[in-house]
Structure formats: structure tokens, C-alpha cells
Design a protein around this ligand. Structure first.
Ligand SMILES: Nc1ncnc2c1ncn2[C@@H]1O[C@H](COP(=O)(O)OP(=O)(O)OP(=O)(O)O)[C@@H](O)[C@H]1O
Length: 338
């Protein structure tokens, strides 16, 4: 368990982290989301005692990082995969870390095996590809067999096989009862990996909730229906009080309608359907909905981020700091889940 209480960090006039309080619990993968400059890395660095908080505290299983006699046995982290000594072999990089932390040398071979680097264990790490470097960084995080693991952008630059591997590893570690905290800009990836979400913007906490609740509370749900008799279907829906919106491919999207209701309505009136499906909003849509309150935001994309019209700003393409979206300004749409 990691506990933050009123954690703040100021760099001169810049408040990078602003009174953050939350807990990261064991047994689930907790995703850490926020746009560039939101304060994720600074928060993670303070969790590992690599930066001093201006105020507030972080506790690892109830204790401050500095109170942990052998920290690698409590908490392992992948912050910067390039932090390894390039002139040393993968094995020797890990062996040095193991010796400094009174971890048996046999554990080095074990973690190299877990991350699939046994065959290149004696090769100098400076010749490693990005994916191999990430695996070596993860091996170092696993070295002390810690109950808490933190990964900062673990899938950056990885190929699909590498991404798949890291995703499954994190899920497996959480299933073993460990505390897993992971940041990523890739929302589609986060949606597949995390069970719980901590969302920050401009250093402040915006959401601390389950993945399912975050998506449900910040996006609409709707049904998609398509018929070879589109005019009849549209008239029927209007008569029944719905407001269908035509989308690409001639399908209609209907807010606030269950598939059961639409199916029965079509059957009652003999309208043939070729498609009828409940649509689940994506994490990305939910996130856009949450930030939809800003004028600058609309200038880039659509005024209705739920529709599949031109995409809004992507993560990492944030507007200038002084005109950025008002994080936390957007409310949930309160739409019903499907
Ligand atoms: N050492 C530093 N000195 C001054 N400002 C800093 C320093 N480190 C971070 N900042 C500022 O603090 C804010 C938070 O940065 P941080 O790197 O924690 O954000 P982040 O959410 O990790 O962003 P990214 O997704 O780009 O990695 C940014 O405005 C950044 O410019």
C-alpha cells in the first residue's frame, strides 16, 4: 500500500504537485493518468524519495521510504530504463544492485529469466534495443521481490509483443496480491491494463475511482442501430421520442435507448434490422468528456467529444500551459451504463 497525504512540490513559482492525497492499494493495477506536465513523474519521484516534497508525505506500508532498511525489498520501480550502466552486462548491472541491497546473486538469474533476457545476460546493456532496455529496467524493479511496483511509461516505444508482455506481467503481479502503480499516455493500453485510476491535472487530483466508474461517469452510453429501411426506422424512433443521429455507414446512434427497447420497437413495427448493439464509451472518450469544459479545447475538435467526429487534442499535445483545459472543470454526463 502506498499512501499520499497532502503531497506538494513546488519548483520556484511552479506548483508541480498540489496537495495530492490518495492510496494505491494491493491486488489491483492502478493507472496514473494526466497530460504532459501534470506532475506524474514528480509524484513518482517523491514516492521513491528521489525528490523532497515541499509539504505532505508519502508512506510505503506505513513507513517513510527512508525508514525502509532495504527499500528494494519493499518497492521496485521502472522510472528511466536508460539509467543502467551501459558498459556493464545485463547480469552485472543487476548483480551490483543485488549486492548493494543484500539480495542473493541467485535472484539475478531468476529475474533475467522472468523478463526473458537470459540469452543476452552477458551482453553489454548499451547494445540493447529499447524493448530489451525496458525488460532490464523491469528486472531491476523485480530484483528485491517487492510487494509494491511502480512503472513510469513502461510501454513507451515498445512493439506490440513487448506491450502485450508488460501488460500481462503487471496483471499477474497484481493477481499475486502486489501493489502495482503504472503511468501511461496510451489510454487504450491503460484501459486494458488498469482496474483502478488516479487522474491528475496541473498537479491536482481529478479522479480516484475504478476504471468502469470513470468511464461510466464521464461519458455517454448509446445504442447503434442499422436497417435497410432507414427512413422507416428514423420515423419510428422519432415517434417513440428518441433523437437518432446518423453516422458513417448509414447507422443511427440513439442516446438513452436500450438495445432491448429498440429491438422490440423494430419488431412491433416490422422494421428489419441489420445491426443493433450497445456502445460502450472508451477511456479516451471519457477523458475527453471530463475535459470538455474548456473553450480552447473545443477550438481544436468537436463540441461533442462523445461522437466519433474529428478527434480532440491527443495526450501529449496539450495546449499552452496558460490556456490549457481547465482540468476538473468538466462534469460527468451521468449517462446510464449499458
Ligand atoms: N526539476 C524541475 N525544475 C523545474 N520544473 C520542473 C522540474 N521537474 C518538473 N518540473 C515541472 O513540473 C511540472 C510537472 O512535471 P512532471 O514531469 O512531473 O509531469 P508529468 O505528468 O510526468 O509529465 P510527462 O507526462 O510529460 O512526463 C511540469 O510543468 C514541469 O515542467
Amino acid at each position: 500500500m502506498i499512501e499520499l497525504e497532502g503531497l506538494s512540490k513546488r519548483f520556484g513559482a511552479k506548483v508541480a504537485v498540489d496537495r495530492l492525497s490518495f492510496q494505491v492499494r494491493p491486488g489491483v493495477v492502478t493507472g496514473f493518468l494526466g497530460p504532459n506536465g501534470a506532475g506524474k513523474s514528480t509524484t513518482m519521484r517523491m514516492m521513491l524519495d528521489l525528490d523532497n516534497p515541499t509539504s505532505g508525505s508519502v508512506r510505503i506500508d506505513g513507513r517513510h521510504y527512508r525508514e525502509l532498511a532495504e527499500p528494494l525489498k519493499y518497492i521496485g520501480a521502472l522510472l528511466d530504463a536508460k539509467a543502467m550502466h551501459g558498459g556493464r552486462s545485463a547480469y552485472n548491472n543487476l548483480l551490483c544492485l543485488a549486492q548493494a541491497n543484500r539480495i542473493p546473486a541467485s535472484r539475478v538469474s531468476e529475474v533475467l529469466d522472468i523478463v526473458g533476457l537470459t540469452a543476452v545476460a552477458r551482453k553489454k546493456s548499451k547494445g540493447f534495443s529499447l524493448g530489451m532496455g525496458q525488460r532490464l529496467g523491469i528486472a531491476s524493479a523485480l530484483l528485491g521481490d517487492p510487494e509494491i511496483l511502480m512503472f513510469d511509461e513502461p510501454v513507451n516505444g515498445l512493439d506490440p509483443e513487448g506491450i502485450h508482455w508488460i501488460r500481462n506481467l503487471m496483471k499477474q503481479l497484481a493477481a499475486e496480491g502486489r501493489t502495482i502503480f503504472v503511468s501511461s499516455h496510451l489510454m487504450s493500453e491503460m484501459a486494458l491494463t488498469a482496474d483502478h485510476l488516479i487522474v491528475i491535472g496541473q498537479g491536482r487530483l481529478l479522479a480516484d475511482t475504478t476504471m468502469a466508474a470513470f468511464i461510466q461517469e464521464n461519458s455517454r452510453s448509446y445504442a447503434r442501430v442499422r436497417s435497410p429501411q432507414p427512413e422507416r426506422l428514423r420515423d419510428l424512433l422519432h415517434t417513440a421520442g428518441f433523437t437518432p443521429v446518423e453516422v458513417a455507414g448509414g447507422a443511427l446512434e440513439v442516446d438513452g435507448a436500450s438495445t432491448e427497447r429498440l429491438g422490440e420497437l423494430a419488431a412491433e413495427h416490422g422494421v428489419v434490422l441489420h445491426e443493433l448493439s450497445a456502445q460502450r464509451a472508451s477511456l479516451e472518450e471519457a477523458f475527453m468528456q471530463m475535459t470538455a469544459g474548456s473553450v480552447e479545447y473545443h477550438a481544436h475538435g468537436t463540441s461533442d467529444p462523445g461522437r466519433s467526429a474529428p478527434p480532440g487534442p491527443r495526450w501529449g499535445e496539450g495546449p499552452p500551459a496558460d490556456t490549457g483545459p481547465r482540468w476538473g472543470a468538466g462534469g460527468g454526463s451521468g449517462t446510464e451504463g449499458i
